[in-house]
Write a protein that binds this ligand. Structure first.
Ligand SMILES: [Fe+2]
Ligand SMILES: [Fe+2]
Length: 330
């Protein structure tokens, strides 16, 4: 056998093992062989997810200093810190695929990797904190619960913890909106206005319609994704309708109605032009978000330097201690 055919045979065996593992719903782990496209597709998705978590801290952090009570402030601070943690789990999970966090952050800062477009919308009032928790974190959970069964082990395991925290985020948003909705007429209007502004962008979070989604089919075959964009979007709408009713708020869609035959709610057309425009960088806050992110990264340089210096010192102290021990026993 020539070297080339031997290599080819090894690759086909690897591919067969990989395919069998995915078919049997087994997890692919970092040391397992995987197709290059599977790896790069995962890195792209996990990086975009991690970036979304840390950029997503900004719109809500905007309200920490103006939270209406100590209790609300404590809840919001905990939530924003959770999002930082989600970013860290996901960057760590992405590192198991052979990319460094530094490289991923560099791609975010230079615009070569994206984050969820939802965070390019502004938070105009306190009620936006509630609408984000209820709708944006709610949409994120709908998307992410199936990722707990994703074929890549480290991603799936990170998602289990993230989903638990997201569910707290969703509830705090819902509870905040409920308090406003049942408050004074002005508070009720503020809640309604926030829902009016966040509803459609939340539906866009599930990504383009199935027939236009570039990566969907392949991700589903690899069991990275378990449900299509449209399927998840429908699930989210069906969950939100009764919740909106309980909140005493309306969803801003005149076409929204129960379809007995389908057993689902029909809903109006999504403005995909707006989606693509925001994705391309022309949303209300794209520039502000990335500028702030770069600034935060630069301002954190001393922390990274100190951590690296401490790690180096700890390693050299340990090496010295080991040497001393060897000498003592010699
Ligand atoms: Fe999160
Ligand atoms: Fe969240």
């Amino acid at each position: 056998m020539t070297a080339v055919t031997a290599e080819h045979t090894a690759d086909t065996t690897h591919q067969a093992h990989f395919d069998a593992a995915v078919a049997a719903d087994e997890r692919i782990e970092p040391r397992d062989w995987m197709p290059d496209e599977y790896r790069s597709s995962l890195v792209r998705q996990m990086a975009q997810h991690a970036h979304s978590e840390i950029i997503g801290m900004q719109p809500e952090a905007n309200w920490i200093t103006r939270a209406p009570s100590l209790r609300r402030k404590a809840i919001l601070m905990a939530k924003v810190q959770d999002e930082a943690g989600h970013g860290l789990y996901l960057y760590s999970a992405a590192e198991t695929l052979g990319t460094s966090r530094e490289e991923l952050l560099d791609k975010l800062h230079s615009g070569r990797q994206k984050y969820s477009s939802i965070f390019n919308y502004p938070t105009l009032t306190w009620a936006d904190v509630g609408a984000i928790g209820w709708l944006v974190d709610g949409a994120a959970i709908t998307n992410q619960v199936p990722l707990c069964r994703c074929s890549y082990g480290p991603y799936a395991r990170a998602m289990v913890r993230i989903c638990k925290e997201e569910s707290f985020h969703q509830r705090q948003g819902y509870e905040l909106l409920l308090a406003l909705s049942q408050g004074t007429p002005a508070q009720h209007d503020m809640a309604q206005d926030a829902v009016n502004r966040w509803w459609w962008p939340s539906l866009m979070m599930f990504g383009p319609p199935d027939e236009e989604s570039a990566h969907s089919a392949r991700s589903m075959a690899w069991k990275i994704k378990r449900h299509s964009n449209d399927e998840l979007r429908q699930r989210f709408v069906d969950i939100c309708v009764p919740q909106a009713e309980a909140l005493g708020l309306t969803l801003p869609d005149p076409d929204l109605r129960w379809n007995e035959e389908r057993g689902h709610h029909d809903f109006g057309a999504i403005d995909w032009d707006e989606f693509w425009q925001v994705l391309k960088g022309d949303g209300p806050c794209n520039e502000q978000r990335i500028t702030q992110r770069r600034r935060a990264h630069e301002e954190g340089a001393w922390v990274r330097e100190a951590a690296a210096a401490y790690a180096a010192k700890t390693a050299s102290d340990k090496a010295e201690r080991n040497e001393a021990q060897v000498e003592a026993t010699a």
